[in-house]
Design a protein. Structure first.
Length: 122
């Protein structure tokens, strides 16, 4: 099965890498279940909580940004409003998704009111 010395070295490296990954995974799992600190002084439960919060935030950020990019230009009253929203998403990334969510709800409410008013007059 092993034809050259390089094959043996490769197999040995793979085995060592697998065992090191398993031992690191076990160390992290035991640190998380026992609430121990990592080498840098972080508690694992706080670390994973922050990791989950950041993952949710970035999911929402991308979802709102894609929604912004899919809106047609006539949804925005000004000429450069879509560009301004895009720059705000990039530079003010913590507050812009929340602000855009409120703006979008208000915009949809105004559009539905205009549609209802147009139906009533017709």
């Amino acid at each position: 099965m092993l034809k050259t010395p390089a094959d043996k070295i490769t197999r040995d490296l793979r085995t060592k890498f697998r065992y090191s990954l398993l031992s690191e995974q076990q160390r992290l799992r035991s640190a998380f279940t026992q609430g121990k600190k990592l080498g840098l002084g972080f508690r694992m439960d706080i670390f994973f909580f922050l990791l989950v919060v950041l993952a949710i935030f970035f999911y929402e950020w991308f979802r709102r940004f894609i929604t912004l990019m899919l809106l047609p230009d006539d949804c925005f009253p000004g000429r450069y409003d879509k560009l301004i929203w895009g720059l705000a998403f990039i530079f003010l990334f913590f507050v812009t998704p929340i602000t855009f969510n409120y703006w979008q709800k208000a915009y949809l409410q105004v559009k539905s009111n205009e549609t209802d008013a147009a139906r009533q007059t017709a």
